[in-house]
Ligand binder design. Structure first.
Ligand code: NAD
Length: 249
């Protein structure tokens, strides 16, 4: 294999759909050996290994990461992408839903990194990229629990980057804006007026359109690449300008 990631092994959690799938495809195209860990890893393109895994179960994660490292012959790149949404204000969900979302979105990443660390320590190009969100940096309406989970991902990224910098393992995160994935398509389908909702989401974007999964994947690969060896503990917005730009309506 040739390419920027030739000789490297990568896992992508939640890589069967949306941003994760685009990331797995691009990693493979740039030469990595890739395994996707997903609740339902069916239908992946040829050359990408699919492993059934649930990031909310430590036993499942340990088994899946070990299988991936065996199949791929090691582990250099981890993309913590699996995540679930939650809508509502702080008072709209009970304890069970708070625990469920934080368990998948935050503790899930801790489980995957813990299981991957022994292999990452053996790699000369170890890199972890976590999926945070603009919800970590902006007060979005009706996203209290989801925002809390993505804020935690951002803070966890910085903490892990510090703890493991002397071991040569890099940790970074991306904060995508609204990206046109099956997840967002599901949300739009539930809206009273999906066309108006899509128009409202587009109007929020200074670039005038939603982010594409491929654009997020490209940012993830930039951070994961051996060419970015001095980049650790960073937060990269891929949001069409929504976090920092104030355009006149
Ligand atoms: P998606 O729903 O299209 O894909 C998510 C994938 O994760 C699915 O394949 C699903 O099976 C898998 N998954 C869910 N729970 C899992 C679990 N417990 N164990 C293993 N796999 C599991 O979502 P997407 O829009 O591509 O989002 C991917 C990531 O990007 C998420 O972490 C999300 O929070 C983040 N993000 C998305 C957007 C957006 O607008 N789409 C914006 C910011 C951040």
């Amino acid at each position: 294999m040739t390419g920027e990631f030739a000789g490297l092994a990568a896992i992508v959690t939640g890589g069967a759909s949306g941003i994760g799938r685009a990331t797995a495809v691009e990693l493979s195209a740039r030469g990595a050996r890739v395994a996707v860990l997903d609740l339902d890893p069916r239908g992946l393109p040829e050359g990408i290994a699919g492993i059934t895994a649930d990031v909310s179960s430590r036993a499942s994660v340990e088994a899946a990461v070990a299988e991936a490292a065996t199949v791929l012959g090691g582990l250099d790149v981890v993309v913590n992408n699996a995540g679930i949404g939650a809508t509502g204000t702080v008072a709209d969900q009970g304890d069970d839903e708070w625990h469920r979302v934080l368990d998948v979105n935050v503790v899930g990443m801790a489980r995957v990194v813990t299981a991957a660390l022994p292999w990452l320590r053996r790699s000369d190009h170890a890199s972890v990229v976590n999926l945070s969100s603009i919800a970590a940096l902006n007060g979005l309406p009706g996203r209290a629990l989801y925002s809390a989970s993505k804020g935690a991902v951002l803070s966890l990224t910085l903490a892990m980057a510090t703890d493991h910098v002397r071991e040569g393992i890099r940790f970074n995160c991306v904060c995508p804006g609204t990206a046109d994935t099956p997840w967002v398509q599901r949300l739009l389908a539930q809206a009273d007026d999906p066309t108006a909702e899509r128009a409202a989401l587009r109007a929020r974007q200074p670039i005038g359109r939603l982010v594409t999964p491929e654009e997020v994947a490209n940012a993830i690969l930039y951070l994961a690449s051996p060419r970015s060896a001095s980049t650790t503990g960073t937060v990269l917005d891929v949001d069409g300008g929504v976090t920092h730009l104030r355009v006149r309506p």
